[in-house]
Design a protein around this ligand. Structure first.
Ligand code: NAD
Ligand code: TYD
Length: 339
Protein backbone atom coordinates (compact mmCIF):
# COMPACT_ATOMS: atom_id res chain seq x y z
CA UNK A 1 0.00 0.00 0.00
CA UNK A 2 1.19 3.56 -0.70
CA UNK A 3 0.62 5.49 2.52
CA UNK A 4 0.66 9.22 3.18
CA UNK A 5 1.92 9.88 6.70
CA UNK A 6 1.25 13.49 7.69
CA UNK A 7 3.44 14.71 10.54
CA UNK A 8 5.86 11.82 9.95
CA UNK A 9 8.92 13.91 10.89
CA UNK A 10 7.79 14.14 14.52
CA UNK A 11 8.25 11.75 17.43
CA UNK A 12 5.48 9.18 16.99
CA UNK A 13 5.15 9.65 13.23
CA UNK A 14 8.81 8.86 12.58
CA UNK A 15 8.66 5.82 14.86
CA UNK A 16 5.56 4.71 12.91
CA UNK A 17 7.30 5.14 9.52
CA UNK A 18 10.31 3.15 10.77
CA UNK A 19 7.97 0.33 11.85
CA UNK A 20 6.01 0.28 8.58
CA UNK A 21 9.19 0.14 6.50
CA UNK A 22 10.45 -2.75 8.65
CA UNK A 23 7.25 -4.69 9.22
CA UNK A 24 5.13 -4.11 6.09
CA UNK A 25 5.53 -3.80 2.32
CA UNK A 26 4.19 -0.23 2.40
CA UNK A 27 5.64 2.60 0.44
CA UNK A 28 5.54 5.68 2.69
CA UNK A 29 5.30 9.34 1.73
CA UNK A 30 5.74 11.78 4.62
CA UNK A 31 4.21 15.26 4.37
CA UNK A 32 5.49 17.48 7.17
CA UNK A 33 5.73 21.22 7.81
CA UNK A 34 8.92 20.77 9.87
CA UNK A 35 7.88 22.87 12.84
CA UNK A 36 10.30 22.98 15.79
CA UNK A 37 9.15 19.41 16.57
CA UNK A 38 9.58 17.97 13.07
CA UNK A 39 13.14 16.99 12.19
CA UNK A 40 14.85 15.39 9.20
CA UNK A 41 17.23 13.82 11.75
CA UNK A 42 14.36 11.51 12.66
CA UNK A 43 14.74 9.82 9.23
CA UNK A 44 18.49 9.23 9.67
CA UNK A 45 18.30 5.43 9.47
CA UNK A 46 15.74 5.13 6.61
CA UNK A 47 16.21 8.32 4.55
CA UNK A 48 17.83 6.29 1.73
CA UNK A 49 15.18 3.54 1.68
CA UNK A 50 13.64 3.49 -1.85
CA UNK A 51 10.19 2.94 -0.28
CA UNK A 52 10.46 6.23 1.67
CA UNK A 53 9.74 9.72 0.30
CA UNK A 54 9.63 13.07 2.05
CA UNK A 55 7.72 16.18 1.03
CA UNK A 56 8.04 19.43 2.96
CA UNK A 57 4.59 21.01 3.27
CA UNK A 58 1.65 21.84 5.50
CA UNK A 59 -1.59 19.86 5.81
CA UNK A 60 -3.58 23.11 5.68
CA UNK A 61 -2.19 23.78 2.17
CA UNK A 62 -4.67 22.16 -0.29
CA UNK A 63 -2.26 22.34 -3.23
CA UNK A 64 0.56 20.63 -1.37
CA UNK A 65 -1.85 17.94 -0.18
CA UNK A 66 -3.31 17.36 -3.68
CA UNK A 67 0.16 17.14 -5.24
CA UNK A 68 1.36 14.58 -2.74
CA UNK A 69 -1.83 12.49 -2.92
CA UNK A 70 -1.77 12.30 -6.71
CA UNK A 71 1.84 11.19 -6.80
CA UNK A 72 3.26 14.40 -8.28
CA UNK A 73 5.20 15.73 -5.31
CA UNK A 74 6.90 12.46 -4.41
CA UNK A 75 7.36 11.26 -8.00
CA UNK A 76 5.26 8.12 -7.74
CA UNK A 77 1.83 6.51 -7.86
CA UNK A 78 -1.27 7.92 -6.12
CA UNK A 79 -1.64 7.38 -2.39
CA UNK A 80 -4.13 4.77 -1.11
CA UNK A 81 -4.51 5.79 2.56
CA UNK A 82 -3.74 8.74 4.84
CA UNK A 83 -2.55 8.52 8.45
CA UNK A 84 -2.60 11.95 10.09
CA UNK A 85 -0.15 12.57 12.94
CA UNK A 86 0.39 16.25 12.05
CA UNK A 87 -0.31 18.37 15.11
CA UNK A 88 0.91 20.83 17.64
CA UNK A 89 1.31 18.58 20.65
CA UNK A 90 2.50 20.36 23.75
CA UNK A 91 -0.15 21.38 26.30
CA UNK A 92 2.05 24.13 27.82
CA UNK A 93 2.58 25.76 24.39
CA UNK A 94 -1.18 25.54 23.73
CA UNK A 95 -1.73 27.57 26.90
CA UNK A 96 0.73 30.32 25.94
CA UNK A 97 0.24 30.33 22.12
CA UNK A 98 -2.91 28.53 20.99
CA UNK A 99 -3.19 29.89 17.42
CA UNK A 100 -1.13 27.21 15.62
CA UNK A 101 -3.19 24.54 17.39
CA UNK A 102 -6.40 25.89 15.86
CA UNK A 103 -4.84 26.24 12.40
CA UNK A 104 -3.33 22.77 12.22
CA UNK A 105 -6.01 20.78 14.01
CA UNK A 106 -9.09 22.52 12.53
CA UNK A 107 -8.08 23.84 9.10
CA UNK A 108 -5.40 21.19 8.49
CA UNK A 109 -7.65 18.25 9.31
CA UNK A 110 -10.41 19.77 7.18
CA UNK A 111 -8.10 20.06 4.14
CA UNK A 112 -6.97 16.45 4.52
CA UNK A 113 -10.54 15.19 4.90
CA UNK A 114 -11.72 17.05 1.80
CA UNK A 115 -8.82 15.64 -0.19
CA UNK A 116 -9.55 12.11 1.11
CA UNK A 117 -13.26 12.50 0.28
CA UNK A 118 -12.57 13.58 -3.31
CA UNK A 119 -10.44 10.46 -3.80
CA UNK A 120 -12.36 8.05 -1.49
CA UNK A 121 -9.20 7.23 0.50
CA UNK A 122 -8.95 5.33 3.75
CA UNK A 123 -8.14 7.80 6.56
CA UNK A 124 -6.79 7.33 10.09
CA UNK A 125 -6.77 10.27 12.51
CA UNK A 126 -4.19 9.94 15.28
CA UNK A 127 -5.70 11.31 18.47
CA UNK A 128 -5.22 11.40 22.20
CA UNK A 129 -6.74 10.29 25.51
CA UNK A 130 -6.80 14.00 26.46
CA UNK A 131 -10.05 14.45 24.48
CA UNK A 132 -11.84 12.67 27.37
CA UNK A 133 -10.44 14.99 30.04
CA UNK A 134 -9.35 13.75 33.46
CA UNK A 135 -10.63 10.63 35.26
CA UNK A 136 -10.27 9.87 39.01
CA UNK A 137 -10.99 6.13 38.93
CA UNK A 138 -11.42 3.55 36.21
CA UNK A 139 -10.59 4.02 32.53
CA UNK A 140 -12.13 5.80 29.56
CA UNK A 141 -13.79 3.74 26.85
CA UNK A 142 -14.55 4.94 23.33
CA UNK A 143 -18.09 5.82 24.51
CA UNK A 144 -16.95 8.12 27.33
CA UNK A 145 -18.02 11.76 26.94
CA UNK A 146 -15.53 14.17 25.38
CA UNK A 147 -14.47 16.80 27.96
CA UNK A 148 -11.19 18.34 26.85
CA UNK A 149 -9.49 20.79 29.23
CA UNK A 150 -6.72 22.58 27.31
CA UNK A 151 -6.54 24.38 23.96
CA UNK A 152 -4.46 21.36 22.79
CA UNK A 153 -7.06 18.78 23.71
CA UNK A 154 -10.03 20.96 22.70
CA UNK A 155 -8.68 21.45 19.18
CA UNK A 156 -7.78 17.73 18.93
CA UNK A 157 -11.39 16.97 19.96
CA UNK A 158 -12.68 19.34 17.26
CA UNK A 159 -10.59 17.48 14.68
CA UNK A 160 -11.96 14.11 15.86
CA UNK A 161 -15.55 15.38 15.56
CA UNK A 162 -14.87 16.64 12.04
CA UNK A 163 -13.43 13.23 11.09
CA UNK A 164 -16.56 11.51 12.44
CA UNK A 165 -18.79 13.93 10.52
CA UNK A 166 -17.04 12.95 7.27
CA UNK A 167 -17.89 9.31 7.95
CA UNK A 168 -21.52 10.03 8.88
CA UNK A 169 -22.18 12.61 6.16
CA UNK A 170 -20.09 11.45 3.22
CA UNK A 171 -19.31 7.82 4.07
CA UNK A 172 -15.55 8.51 4.18
CA UNK A 173 -13.86 5.31 5.44
CA UNK A 174 -12.26 7.07 8.39
CA UNK A 175 -11.16 5.71 11.77
CA UNK A 176 -9.68 7.38 14.86
CA UNK A 177 -6.97 5.93 17.10
CA UNK A 178 -6.57 7.62 20.51
CA UNK A 179 -3.34 6.97 22.37
CA UNK A 180 -2.29 7.56 25.94
CA UNK A 181 0.97 9.38 26.85
CA UNK A 182 3.75 8.12 24.58
CA UNK A 183 7.44 7.86 25.38
CA UNK A 184 10.51 6.43 23.64
CA UNK A 185 13.33 7.58 21.33
CA UNK A 186 13.11 10.79 19.23
CA UNK A 187 10.70 12.61 21.60
CA UNK A 188 11.29 16.37 21.74
CA UNK A 189 12.58 17.32 25.21
CA UNK A 190 9.69 19.66 26.06
CA UNK A 191 7.73 16.58 27.23
CA UNK A 192 8.08 15.15 30.73
CA UNK A 193 10.26 12.06 30.14
CA UNK A 194 12.94 13.40 27.74
CA UNK A 195 13.02 16.73 29.60
CA UNK A 196 13.73 14.98 32.90
CA UNK A 197 16.30 12.62 31.32
CA UNK A 198 18.30 15.42 29.69
CA UNK A 199 18.09 17.68 32.74
CA UNK A 200 19.19 14.83 35.01
CA UNK A 201 22.14 14.05 32.70
CA UNK A 202 23.19 17.72 32.80
CA UNK A 203 22.58 18.35 36.51
CA UNK A 204 19.76 20.82 35.73
CA UNK A 205 16.79 21.19 38.11
CA UNK A 206 13.89 18.74 37.54
CA UNK A 207 10.73 20.91 37.45
CA UNK A 208 7.75 19.02 38.89
CA UNK A 209 4.36 20.71 38.42
CA UNK A 210 2.12 21.00 41.50
CA UNK A 211 2.35 18.03 43.89
CA UNK A 212 3.72 15.65 41.22
CA UNK A 213 0.95 13.13 41.88
CA UNK A 214 -0.74 13.43 38.48
CA UNK A 215 -0.98 10.04 36.81
CA UNK A 216 -0.31 9.18 33.16
CA UNK A 217 -0.92 5.88 31.33
CA UNK A 218 2.44 5.41 29.58
CA UNK A 219 2.65 3.67 26.18
CA UNK A 220 5.85 3.08 24.23
CA UNK A 221 5.75 4.80 20.81
CA UNK A 222 6.33 1.48 19.00
CA UNK A 223 3.28 -0.01 20.75
CA UNK A 224 1.16 2.97 19.74
CA UNK A 225 2.57 2.79 16.19
CA UNK A 226 1.56 -0.87 15.91
CA UNK A 227 -1.92 -0.06 17.27
CA UNK A 228 -2.32 2.59 14.56
CA UNK A 229 -1.16 0.06 11.94
CA UNK A 230 -3.74 -2.40 13.27
CA UNK A 231 -6.51 0.19 13.08
CA UNK A 232 -5.45 1.07 9.53
CA UNK A 233 -5.59 -2.56 8.45
CA UNK A 234 -8.43 -4.00 10.53
CA UNK A 235 -10.45 -1.09 11.97
CA UNK A 236 -14.09 -0.67 10.96
CA UNK A 237 -14.90 2.61 9.17
CA UNK A 238 -16.45 5.22 11.47
CA UNK A 239 -15.06 3.61 14.64
CA UNK A 240 -12.81 4.99 17.37
CA UNK A 241 -10.14 2.79 18.99
CA UNK A 242 -8.34 3.63 22.24
CA UNK A 243 -4.75 2.41 22.65
CA UNK A 244 -3.52 2.76 26.22
CA UNK A 245 -0.22 1.59 27.65
CA UNK A 246 0.11 -1.35 30.06
CA UNK A 247 1.16 0.78 33.05
CA UNK A 248 0.15 3.93 34.93
CA UNK A 249 2.58 5.96 36.97
CA UNK A 250 2.45 9.21 38.99
CA UNK A 251 4.83 11.88 37.66
CA UNK A 252 6.93 11.91 40.83
CA UNK A 253 7.61 8.20 40.49
CA UNK A 254 8.62 8.68 36.84
CA UNK A 255 11.06 11.39 37.93
CA UNK A 256 12.50 9.24 40.72
CA UNK A 257 13.03 6.31 38.34
CA UNK A 258 14.84 8.63 35.92
CA UNK A 259 17.04 9.89 38.76
CA UNK A 260 17.95 6.27 39.55
CA UNK A 261 18.64 5.37 35.90
CA UNK A 262 20.85 8.43 35.37
CA UNK A 263 22.54 8.28 38.82
CA UNK A 264 21.48 11.91 39.38
CA UNK A 265 20.83 13.48 42.76
CA UNK A 266 17.31 13.68 44.24
CA UNK A 267 18.07 17.25 45.34
CA UNK A 268 17.60 18.27 41.67
CA UNK A 269 13.82 17.88 42.11
CA UNK A 270 12.15 21.27 42.25
CA UNK A 271 8.42 21.79 42.78
CA UNK A 272 7.25 24.56 40.44
CA UNK A 273 3.94 26.37 39.87
CA UNK A 274 1.30 23.99 38.54
CA UNK A 275 0.09 24.06 34.92
CA UNK A 276 -3.26 25.92 34.68
CA UNK A 277 -6.17 23.46 34.25
CA UNK A 278 -3.81 20.50 34.82
CA UNK A 279 -5.57 17.16 34.25
CA UNK A 280 -5.06 14.86 37.25
CA UNK A 281 -5.19 11.43 35.67
CA UNK A 282 -5.53 9.83 32.25
CA UNK A 283 -6.38 6.18 31.76
CA UNK A 284 -7.60 4.32 28.68
CA UNK A 285 -9.35 1.00 28.28
CA UNK A 286 -7.95 -0.67 25.14
CA UNK A 287 -10.36 -3.65 25.04
CA UNK A 288 -11.69 -2.68 21.60
CA UNK A 289 -8.33 -2.53 19.83
CA UNK A 290 -7.18 -5.63 21.70
CA UNK A 291 -10.16 -7.43 20.16
CA UNK A 292 -8.61 -6.61 16.76
CA UNK A 293 -5.52 -8.56 17.84
CA UNK A 294 -3.26 -5.77 19.18
CA UNK A 295 -1.58 -5.71 22.54
CA UNK A 296 1.20 -3.65 24.04
CA UNK A 297 4.60 -5.37 24.18
CA UNK A 298 6.68 -2.94 26.26
CA UNK A 299 6.21 -2.58 30.01
CA UNK A 300 7.01 0.85 31.40
CA UNK A 301 9.97 -0.18 33.59
CA UNK A 302 11.77 -1.81 30.67
CA UNK A 303 10.80 0.88 28.12
CA UNK A 304 11.94 3.70 30.40
CA UNK A 305 15.32 2.05 30.94
CA UNK A 306 15.76 1.66 27.14
CA UNK A 307 14.68 5.27 26.60
CA UNK A 308 17.20 6.62 29.11
CA UNK A 309 19.91 4.54 27.39
CA UNK A 310 18.84 5.89 23.98
CA UNK A 311 19.15 9.53 25.10
CA UNK A 312 22.47 8.80 26.77
CA UNK A 313 23.85 7.26 23.58
CA UNK A 314 22.36 9.65 21.02
CA UNK A 315 23.82 13.02 21.96
CA UNK A 316 24.01 13.84 18.19
CA UNK A 317 20.19 13.89 18.18
CA UNK A 318 19.52 16.20 21.11
CA UNK A 319 22.61 18.44 21.29
CA UNK A 320 21.42 20.72 18.44
CA UNK A 321 18.01 21.03 20.16
CA UNK A 322 19.40 21.76 23.60
CA UNK A 323 21.82 24.37 22.28
CA UNK A 324 19.25 26.01 19.93
CA UNK A 325 15.81 27.72 20.19
CA UNK A 326 14.81 25.26 22.92
CA UNK A 327 16.95 27.25 25.38
CA UNK A 328 14.78 30.35 24.88
CA UNK A 329 11.60 28.25 25.14
CA UNK A 330 12.90 26.76 28.38
CA UNK A 331 13.65 30.16 29.88
CA UNK A 332 10.17 31.47 28.99
CA UNK A 333 8.45 28.38 30.35
CA UNK A 334 10.51 27.75 33.49
CA UNK A 335 11.99 31.19 34.23
CA UNK A 336 15.54 29.81 34.41
CA UNK A 337 18.37 28.85 32.06
CA UNK A 338 19.66 25.39 31.23
CA UNK A 339 23.23 24.42 32.11
P1 NAD B 1 5.38 15.91 17.63
O1 NAD B 1 5.11 17.29 18.15
O2 NAD B 1 6.65 15.22 17.97
O3 NAD B 1 5.29 15.93 16.02
C1 NAD B 1 4.29 16.59 15.30
C2 NAD B 1 4.72 16.60 13.83
O4 NAD B 1 3.69 17.27 13.08
C3 NAD B 1 6.02 17.39 13.58
O5 NAD B 1 6.84 16.67 12.68
C4 NAD B 1 5.53 18.69 12.95
O6 NAD B 1 6.48 19.29 12.08
C5 NAD B 1 4.30 18.20 12.20
N1 NAD B 1 3.33 19.28 11.93
C6 NAD B 1 2.82 20.17 12.82
N2 NAD B 1 1.95 20.98 12.20
C7 NAD B 1 1.89 20.58 10.91
C8 NAD B 1 1.16 21.02 9.77
N3 NAD B 1 0.31 22.04 9.88
N4 NAD B 1 1.33 20.38 8.61
C9 NAD B 1 2.22 19.35 8.50
N5 NAD B 1 2.95 18.90 9.53
C10 NAD B 1 2.79 19.50 10.73
O7 NAD B 1 4.10 15.07 18.04
P2 NAD B 1 3.94 13.55 18.47
O8 NAD B 1 4.13 13.44 19.91
O9 NAD B 1 4.69 12.69 17.54
O10 NAD B 1 2.36 13.37 18.21
C11 NAD B 1 1.88 12.89 16.94
C12 NAD B 1 0.38 12.73 17.03
O11 NAD B 1 0.03 11.82 18.06
C13 NAD B 1 -0.38 14.02 17.33
O12 NAD B 1 -1.54 14.05 16.54
C14 NAD B 1 -0.72 13.90 18.80
O13 NAD B 1 -1.90 14.61 19.11
C15 NAD B 1 -0.92 12.40 18.93
N6 NAD B 1 -0.66 11.86 20.28
C16 NAD B 1 0.51 12.18 20.93
C17 NAD B 1 0.74 11.62 22.19
C18 NAD B 1 2.02 11.89 22.96
O14 NAD B 1 2.14 11.48 24.11
N7 NAD B 1 3.02 12.54 22.37
C19 NAD B 1 -0.21 10.78 22.77
C20 NAD B 1 -1.38 10.48 22.06
C21 NAD B 1 -1.59 11.03 20.81
P1 TYD C 1 3.58 16.18 29.22
O1 TYD C 1 4.76 15.35 28.86
O2 TYD C 1 3.58 17.62 28.85
O3 TYD C 1 2.31 15.43 28.64
P2 TYD C 1 0.72 15.71 28.89
O4 TYD C 1 0.55 17.04 29.50
O5 TYD C 1 0.20 15.68 27.49
O6 TYD C 1 0.24 14.59 29.74
O7 TYD C 1 3.38 16.09 30.79
C1 TYD C 1 3.19 14.85 31.43
C2 TYD C 1 2.93 15.13 32.90
O8 TYD C 1 4.10 15.68 33.48
C3 TYD C 1 1.83 16.16 33.13
O9 TYD C 1 1.10 15.78 34.31
C4 TYD C 1 2.57 17.44 33.37
C5 TYD C 1 3.85 16.96 34.05
N1 TYD C 1 5.05 17.80 33.81
C6 TYD C 1 5.81 18.27 34.89
O10 TYD C 1 5.50 18.00 36.06
N2 TYD C 1 6.91 19.03 34.63
C7 TYD C 1 7.28 19.36 33.37
O11 TYD C 1 8.28 20.09 33.20
C8 TYD C 1 6.52 18.85 32.28
C9 TYD C 1 6.89 19.18 30.86
C10 TYD C 1 5.40 18.07 32.54
Amino acid sequence: MRLLVCGGAGFIGSNFVRLRLRESEDEVVVLDKLTYAGRRENFHDFAEDPRFHFVHGAIEDPEAVAAVLDGGAAGGAPVQAIVNFAAETHVDRSISEPDAFVRTHAQGTYVLLEAARERDLRYVQVSTDEVYGSIEDGSFTEDSPLRPSSPYSATKTGADLLVQSYFHTYGLPATICRGSNNYGPYQYPEKLIPLMILNALHGDALPVYGDGMQVRNWIHATDFGRAIGHVLEHGAPGEVYNAGGPDECPNMEVVKRIIELTSADESLIEYVTDRPGHDRRYSLSSAKVRALGWEPRVRFAEGLEQTVAWYRENTWWWEPIRSGDYRAYYERQYGRSLA
